[in-house]
Design a protein around this ligand. Structure first.
Ligand code: GCB
Length: 603
């Protein structure tokens, strides 16, 4: 009896925590009726989580001393030790580290408060949508907990309808970026742990029944059949849904099932999307009164032997890695302008491909890549040291993977989902990641799955034999010849091999250089040193028979707490081809030239 109760209790607790987790994602927010909550938010920095825990370290619930209540002292004798109205502000979107000097290294809780007026008409529903909050977010409306979300780089939404008041509302968010060994990523990463409401916050108004999500892409291995599905939210019974692509002369009406789900499949004569022809079609999805538009490109991506085929034709991925940092100001990137510049710099390098490291970047990046014809590798932050044997970590990995795929599955630019970066080989890790590749394929059967692996160094050369390779479509491999370990140039003469018959992307290589620092090519941190590493890489790359792409590390210098060396680093990882202030280094031109040659060779 006792164990039965215990089981029930565990189940209820689990259900309780699950129900508080984010709801199914609303996609294509760019084309919906939204109100932006961008601007100044009141904030309270709370390193000891005083607004959340009592002095007995128990969660404070529904009491005025909990900051979620956004309370005011009732009279002159009342004791209340916080006040949003007289607290400072931070801009949202935006990380806190780059906005306030005192928060530069801060890791912990900051409470955000925004007041907004709303009058929701009968028959309408309201959702709060967050592009990303790093890392753990608890969302409250008018003092009531609406939900929690774990994971710093993916979007989520909560329905506010039942918590909303006519008139003024108080939206309070507890954002906590404390690093944890059971988080994804863990305590160890080579990038800045920017905290806060780093991406846009929107209110989305919808009708009782609305189009929540859809998948409209070419079917796997096809160049003329569009296949996918539409999912309504709040549907009561079956109803018709229409998909139109006016320019392709397509109108398809299907009936949903009781749960508002309908599959679609039809043939279309399309001008296929590619880097040379980034053609996007206006797609209209309608259900009831609602008409939702999107711009979607159609292309096929496959693997045959060692080749990656785009629209049936072998392609070489001329890429570059990018972190989500602004090219215009310190801190996280979050604007369409940031995305445009980062991708224009990649184009200037003659890239047709970017690896968005090491986590899903904001949606402007993938939208812009769609428009500019740049292929994308998108990744979840399963980076270095993950607690592979912890089932909660695995479910959070599934959640982050699902959110990444859900948001971007209709973007033609995205061709690769990456499940990990440089993770140490072990049985548990390989099972964890192999299981994830299966989840990724079930969520999106149309794209290729990859991961950035590490090479082995047997006597015969350099080998990629990681057991995870068996589960991937494309092998990724990071190598730092000439930078980490020996700088002996003979290492570049080694032969690369693998037991898999699969295409390889060298997903990272590089060297650090301080822009403007010049010396002989054997002097570390000089532009000449970095340039020499690039010059030595190129003949080696050309000799790898199964190489089908490269994405050197990295487009721009980026902030990292692991890089404290004064003068040369000053908390920047200096492997950028462009400095943090936008100046090109010598190696930029070497890669640019290499890619120009590959491109003209293809033509
Ligand atoms: C790597 C990591 C990347 C680091 C880079 C470096 O292998 O994937 O996140 O920043 O090396 O600079 O060491």
């Amino acid at each position: 009896m006792k164990s039965c109760n215990l089981l029930l209790l565990t189940l209820l607790t689990l259900l309780g925590s699950v129900s508080m987790q984010a709801e199914a994602l609303i996609t294509n927010v760019d084309h919906r009726e939204t109100t932006s909550l961008a601007g100044k938010w009141r904030v309270i920095v709370d390193p000891f989580e005083t607004g959340f825990y009592s002095y007995r370290y128990e969660e404070i619930k529904n009491r005025d001393n909990g900051f979620s209540m956004d309370a005011k002292a009732a009279d002159k004798s009342a004791l209340l030790e916080y006040n949003f109205d007289s607290s400072g502000t931070l801009d949202v979107p935006g990380d806190w580290n780059s906005q306030r000097e005192k928060l530069f290294f801060y890791e912990g809780t900051v409470w955000y408060r925004k007041k907004f007026d709303y009058h929701l008409q009968p028959g309408k529903r309201l959702f709060a949508y967050f592009g990303a909050i790093n890392y753990e977010a608890i969302v409250y409306l008018n003092g009531q907990k609406v939900g929690t979300h774990t994971g710093g780089f993916t979007p989520f939404n909560f329905e506010l309808t039942n918590y909303l008041k006519a008139g003024e509302n108080s939206l309070v968010i507890k954002a906590d970026n404390k690093r944890r060994s059971t988080a994804i990523p863990t305590v160890m990463s080579d990038w800045w742990n920017y905290g806060g409401l780093t991406r846009r916050v929107l209110l989305i108004e919808e009708s009782n029944t609305f189009i929540r999500d859809y998948h409209i892409q070419l079917a796997k291995d096809s160049m003329e059949t569009i296949a996918g599905w539409v999912q309504l939210d709040g549907a009561e019974g079956a109803q018709p849904v229409t998909v139109r692509i006016p320019e392709a002369g397509i109108t398809q009406t299907v009936q949903t099932d009781e749960r508002g789900y309908a599959e679609i499949s039809f043939d279309a004569d399309l001008s296929l999307w590619s880097p040379d022809n980034p053609k996007l079609y206006r797609v209209e999805i309608s259900a009831g009164e609602e008409l939702l538009e999107d711009e979607i490109g159609f292309r096929s991506v496959q693997v045959r032997g060692n080749d990656i085929l785009l629209n049936g034709k072998a392609i070489f991925l001329r890429g570059i890695c990018i972190h989500e940092e602004s090219p215009l100001r310190p801190g996280r990137a979050y604007t369409p302008e940031d995305a445009r510049i980062l991708l224009e710099w990649s184009k200037e390098l003659n890239c047709n491909f970017v690896r968005l490291a090491h986590y899903p970047h904001n949606e402007y990046m993938t939208r812009q890549a769609d428009r500019m014809g740049i292929l994308v590798w998108s990744e979840i932050p399963l980076y270095w040291t993950i607690s592979w044997d912890n089932p909660e970590v695995y479910s959070n990995a599934v959640q982050q993977l699902t959110e990444m795929i859900t948001r971007d599955k209709n973007k033609a630019s995205v061709i690769l989902w990456s499940v990990a970066n440089e993770t140490p080989v072990s049985e548990q890790r390989t099972k964890f990641l192999a299981d994830l590749t299966k989840v990724a394929r079930s969520l999106d059967p149309t794209r290729l799955i990859t991961a950035a692996l590490e090479a082995e160094w047997p006597k015969e050369g350099i080998a990629i034999n990681d057991p995870l390779g068996a589960y991937l479509d494309v092998l990724g491999c990071n190598e730092y010849l000439g930078w980490y370990g020996s700088t002996d140039p003979r290492n570049f003469d080694k032969t690369w091999f693998t037991k898999y018959e699969k295409p390889l992307i060298i997903s990272e290589f590089g060297a650090g250089a301080l822009q403007g620092y010049h010396a002989d090519p054997d002097t570390r941190w000089s532009e000449e040193f970095q340039a020499q590493v690039y010059e030595r890489q190129i003949p080696m790359l050309d000799r790898i028979p199964f190489l089908r792409g490269t994405s050197p590390w990295i487009l721009k210098d980026f902030k990292s707490p692991r890089r404290p060396l004064p003068y040369f680093q000053d908390y920047f990882n200096r492997k950028g081809l462009i400095s943090d202030t936008g100046e090109r280094k010598q190696a930029f031109y070497i890669l640019q030239d290499y890619y120009r040659q590959i491109e003209s060779g293809e033509g």
